[in-house]
Design a protein around this ligand. Structure first.
Ligand SMILES: Nc1ncnc2c1ncn2[C@@H]1O[C@H](COP(=O)(O)OP(=O)(O)O)[C@@H](O)[C@H]1O
Ligand SMILES: [Mg+2]
Length: 291
């Protein structure tokens, strides 16, 4: 083989190698182009999702605020006419009694009683709705707070009913949480109020409150010796106006636990209920531990 041939061969090899390199480069650029396109699509998709999430959050906040405003206005503006109904039906009763005395027939007395009962239960619903719409509204700022402060406040507010029912309340040392005093007192008052109310007839209520710090959270339990809640109702009871009993069996409006849920939600915690082996319920909630 002469030099020329050798050179030609070397050149041919080099050309082939260059061609192969170019082909590879083109293939890589195509791949890169495809990958870029996919990435662009993904980024666009993610932007769209983010935008719709933002829109959704704004709409949700607006509708929540509207709902709160509605509940507040409705319950607030319903109180005045209701006071009128109660006041005038009482006046009417007295006037009829004065005019007719014993001649006032029993039907009339019963009708007046119905008006009074109806107005009272309406007033309870309105008051609870008002409490619900105010619950969790930022009044004081959330700050480090010994849990015993709102607990003592709830117990003081429930003092008369605790005494009249002979309720025993036990609690050990309680940790501090990040919370708002008024709201946490409202939460504990509603849970204790239920523990006093949903009792087995003839058995005095007994309540045990415990709390333990688990990492960044404090878990609180309020246990009672009452009638308990069957598993299929354990989610439903936290919805507003959901009751498992008629008001003849146990009086109430079904707002208490919805208030509790709202307060715990606003504190970034969770609220749920379990049953005790020996009957009775345990309500659990978590709150951020004090910093
Ligand atoms: N400690 C409890 N033991 C048994 N049942 C309970 C208890 N707390 C709540 N419940 C059930 O959950 C329902 C909702 O409670 P709540 O929202 O406080 O409303 P209310 O007490 O006005 O009925 C109650 O009607 C009752 O059936
Ligand atoms: Mg209640």
């Amino acid at each position: 083989m002469d030099d020329l041939e050798l050179l030609q061969r070397a050149l041919a090899r080099e050309r082939a190698a260059r061609k192969e390199a170019e082909r590879l480069l083109e293939q890589k650029s195509l791949e890169l182009y495809d990958r870029n396109r996919a990435l662009e699509t993904e980024v666009g998709e993610r932007r769209r999702i983010e935008a719709s999430l933002r829109e959704y959050a704004t709409a949700l906040a607006r509708s929540n605020a509207e709902l709160e405003q509605f509940a507040y206005v409705a319950s607030h503006d319903l109180q005045a006419p209701l006071r009128g109904i109660v006041g005038f039906s009482q006046l009417l009763g007295r006037r009829l009694q004065a005019q007719l005395g014993a001649a006032l027939d029993s039907d009339c007395r019963e009708y007046l009683q119905f008006i009074d009962d109806g107005a009272r239960s309406l007033r309870n619903v309105i008051n609870d709705l008002l409490e619900f719409s105010r619950a969790g509204l930022a009044s004081d700022a959330i700050a480090a707070l010994p849990l015993e402060i709102p607990l003592q406040r709830a117990l003081a507010e429930l003092g008369p009913v605790l005494r009249s029912t002979g309720t025993e309340v036990r609690f050990s040392a309680l940790p501090s949480v990040m919370g708002e005093e008024t709201q946490l007192a409202q939460l504990l008052r509603n849970l204790i109020d239920n523990a006093i109310k949903y009792v087995v007839p003839g058995v005095p209520p007994s309540i045990e409150i415990e709390a333990s710090t688990k990492g960044v959270e404090v878990q609180v339990s309020v246990a009672d010796n009452g009638i308990g809640i069957s598993p299929e109702h354990r989610e439903r009871v936290f919805q507003i106006f959901q009751r498992l009993h008629t008001s003849e069996e146990y009086p109430g409006t079904g707002v208490g636990l919805a208030i509790c849920k709202k307060v715990v939600d606003r504190h970034g915690g969770r609220l749920w209920v379990e049953s005790q082996e020996q009957g009775g319920s345990v309500f659990f909630f978590t709150l951020p531990a004090a910093l």
